[in-house]
Design a binder for this molecule. Structure first.
Ligand code: AMP
Length: 414
């Protein structure tokens, strides 16, 4: 399959060329034709599959016909980082089209967004909270939306955004094209899909198992030896950019500091950094200033770091979905990557669950020459006990709801 087969508008096709894409990815092969035909599409695809271009290209093609300077396409994403990436992809692919896109998210001043909206744009890429602010202030007009995209819908649900999404939907024309992308399909997302889409075409790529280009390994170790083992592992492994996951913000921060002490160019990304510092950390990681990024699941959501060679789970994730999301950040778009997980005896249930999803056992590795019997070093006391259990803001099926957590998460990402 070639991009030419889609018969995209020549100015959109030239954006594909400029991006250096040779052939469409599987999700693009499956999704672009029905989207071009105006169908609603439900895409089961994780980040790294090329899903952004799968909706961006047909949207740009469609917008080449029809009026300008009013909002015709709306993309809703859970995090600022993802919104920025989508915006960058749209402006890159649409560089010759003259179509304008604006990002709308919280944590930054409202006025520049108002100004851009006022000057006239065709595409808005927004996080739910700030978009509602603009709707309330009547600084955005969504009455002429032709296409709506809900990206990473499962993350939006996890972060407690579904009520906001439903409120936003009430401001959109009923007659529109709706595209929904999600890596997983919890019942709530299925219900939302049933409510907001009509006769959708379902497109599915690699939802239950991650990209085949990723190889997985487990490193069994005691809790208090995780940091020395990690440092040994980094020393002995030929890595490019490394993304390390911890379970809590505090552990991300502390581990980042310890890696810096050990001579690594490392940064940590946690939910409560200011927007400017998050952007600086992300930029430094993308351009190689930082070789290692330590992050929590929430802080890392939506990160598109194409060059990540290794994802290391310093703490095993709480759910198999989180594992798939984490390792989706390596081995993207036909590159290969490695996913290492440090595991303690307490993690065995989760290891089994992950192996079930992958459909095969994960290789256990022992590090030659590493002193597995060493007592806890004094400075690593922080890590000598297991992390506090992570409380999900919403659990699938809604059985576990944690009072203020969803609100505070929402506040962080508005
Ligand atoms: P996404 O899943 O949209 O986050 O895309 C993952 C990465 O793949 C991004 O860096 C895209 O620029 C890249 N990409 C998307 N489509 C293609 C393609 N057809 N060929 C090569 N790279 C692509």
């Amino acid at each position: 399959m070639e991009f030419e087969n889609f018969q995209l508008h020549p100015l959109v096709a030239s954006g594909v060329k400029a991006a250096g894409y040779n052939a469409p990815t599987p999700v693009q092969v499956q999704a672009i034709p029905p989207v071009l035909h105006g169908r609603d599409v439900m895409g089961l695809a994780q980040t790294g599959t090329g899903k952004t271009a799968a909706f961006a290209l047909p949207i740009l093609h469609r917008l080449m016909q029809g009026g300008r300077r009013h909002v015709r396409a709306l993309v809703i994403a859970p995090t600022r980082e993802l919104a920025e990436q989508i915006h960058e992809a749209i402006t890159g692919l649409g560089q010759k089209t003259g179509l304008r896109s604006v990002t709308v998210y919280g944590g930054v001043a409202m006025n520049p967004q108002v100004e851009k909206l006022r000057r006239g744009v065709e595409i808005v890429v927004a996080c739910p909270g700030r978009l509602l602010d603009h709707i309330e202030h009547k600084t955005v007009d969504l009455s002429r939306i032709e296409v709506l995209v809900l990206d990473e819908a499962d993350h939006m649900f996890d972060m407690g955004f579904l009520p906001d999404i439903r409120r936003i939907l009430s401001h959109l024309p009923r007659k529109r094209q709706t595209l929904l992308f999600s890596a997983t399909m919890p019942e709530e997302i299925r219900r939302l899909a049933r409510d907001v889409m009509s006769a959708p075409v379902t497109v599915q790529v690699g939802t239950t198992a991650p990209a085949v280009t990723v190889s997985h390994a487990l490193y069994p170790v005691s809790q208090h030896l995780k940091t020395p083992l990690l440092i040994d592992l980094l020393r002995r492994t030929d890595t490019g950019s490394v993304l390390i996951f911890t379970r809590t913000k505090h552990r991300a921060k502390r581990l980042g500091e310890q890696l810096v002490k050990n001579g690594y160019r490392a940064a940590s990304l946690q939910g409560n950094l200011s927007q400017a510092r998050r952007q600086a950390a992300m930029k430094g990681f993308r351009n190689g200033t930082f070789q290692v990024m330590v992050a929590t699941d929430i802080a890392a959501r939506g990160i598109d770091v194409t060059q990540v060679s290794h994802v290391i789970n310093y703490d095993i994730p709480d759910t198999t979905d989180a594992y798939i999301h984490r390792i989706g950040r390596t081995g993207r778009a036909a590159r290969s990557g490695d996913a290492y997980t440090l595991v303690t005896g307490e993690d065995s249930d989760m290891v089994r669950a992950i192996e079930r999803i992958l459909g095969s056992p994960i290789e256990r590795r022992r590090m030659d020459g590493f002193d597995y019997s060493a007592p806890a070093p004094r400075q690593a006391m922080e890590f000598s006990r297991p992390p506090r259990p992570f409380i999900q803001p919403h659990r699938k099926g809604g059985q576990k709801k944690a009072g203020g957590t969803a609100r505070s998460l929402r506040a962080t990402f508005r």
